[in-house]
Design a protein around this ligand. Sequence first.
Ligand SMILES: *Cc1c(COP(=O)(O)O)cnc(C)c1O
Length: 388
Amino acid sequence: MTFDVAVSDPLFAQQQQTLNNLARPTTRSLGLYNAGLSAEAVRQKYGVTHIAKLASNENPLGASPQVVSALQADADFSAVYSDAASARLRDVLADYTGVSAENIVTGNGSEDILHMLALAFLNPGDRVVTLIPSFGLHEIFPRMMGADVTLVGVDQRQQFDVAAWEQALSTPAKMVIFSNPSNPVGCMLDKDGFARIIAAAPQECVLVIDEAYFEYCHENPDYPDSLAVLAAQRRPWIVLRTFSKAWGLAGLRVGYGLASHPELVNLLNRVRTPFNINRAAQTAAVAALGDPAHVKASVALVNAQRERVAAELRRLGFDVAPSHANFLFFDCGRPSGEMAQHLLRYGVIIKPWREPGYEHWIRVSMGNEEDNQQFIDALKAILAQGAV
Ligand SMILES: *Cc1c(COP(=O)(O)O)cnc(C)c1O
């Protein structure tokens, strides 16, 4: 079926106008999340056979084989609704994290929990403090609710600027959100910095600590044990983690939040869609938690590759931010959008950064050795041609 109004028809333009009149003003002005390109689209457009997809921080080892067999066994139940409470998954997570199940909320990816937090807490004009450069949704979801967002930059060395955070937190805020390690920079807030930011944050606010990359650095002695620090505080907080990165389940969409109080979970339950974690995702996450060795292997591979690729980039003369996650953020010395276009011709997908002040920066995810080499070789070829 085709709609009977042609694009050139005045009624088409009129409807566009009507929709924009009906939409909430905050919806009209909202930025779009900058999602990466698909491997298939690049393969078709550029005719390259091997694609190095290094734009979305996915796990180069994929999911655990135990996840694959659990999904196959569960396929027969596709017609049956998922458990709206994710009870089994929350029980297994309680065992895994040591946090009781009533303090755990699950999401269709941890981005879903960021969305619930915005819906549950933010009114127009509320102040939210977050990082720049940033994981887009930390800013987009608050803005969707009409919140005023204060962005705190990193320092010259691309590290958390703790003094700037203390300053930003000296005036009231409803919500404080940051990722540690940060995405896209990869910088890690250490124990002392974490304690200072928590101490500076207003008592009456929701602290949202996004630990999407927890698994890559939790063994670092400087990485704060956020649950231990926050548990000692009688105030609202939530720590977010995800199965999308080290656990290799990005396509299935599962994240979780560890909350200070069951009432926080109750509030989020009121605004979430009832069956937000689909059946396959719940099955996969439970199976994944049964294979921690797979995560260990993924982290070991990625952390070793990260050091190797960082050294290569520095040898090529680039300014590379020290990273504690599964990606590197570097200044490519020219508009990163153009560099990204050139890399696509070599079958390499990276993420050119777009936030003001970072238009020369690229975030590249760590793939397996072969994919990373394809990226380095492509970069060298482009530089040698003087193409950008
Ligand atoms: C990848 C990422 C997420 C997780 O996204 P999912 O919705 O769980 O796939 C959340 N926060 C940050 C900072 C991330 O980089």
